[in-house]
Design a protein around this ligand. Sequence first.
Ligand SMILES: [Zn+2]
Length: 147
Amino acid sequence: MKMNFDERSAYEKMKSGVLTSTGFLGHDTRPLTDIIAADEELFKALGLDFDQVADRLQELAARGAEGLGEPITVDGIYLVKSDEARGRLPCPYGDGLYHKNSVSVERGDDRIIYSDLSLHLLRVHHFCQGQGSPFRLDPVVLKRICS
Ligand SMILES: [Zn+2]
């Protein structure tokens, strides 16, 4: 599939060393449109909604911020650690600047790490990040974390 200009430009900016040292793609070699299409299918199959998941992760981040950088237990099942913002990062699609914070959420054996930008990419662009990205929001893991 031919990528349009915005997608190609976003894809270039997602590579490691452009906006962030690790980038957003991990070791994934699939085209951006394929990564997004596959995760959209998984979301559908798992009965997940992008807005609802992003809302939930945003809520957990806000609750975790009460720990002021120390891990705290939320709802008795989550261990949440919210680190403060250190500057801002542009969205690779060029539609905004987002706090460069880092939120870690653990539930059982699962752990996800995300930022305001990760939540924006999830909510608006349906981009969960590539396989192997440390910030990937894997739909199967999201299902276990959010249910
Ligand atoms: Zn964006």
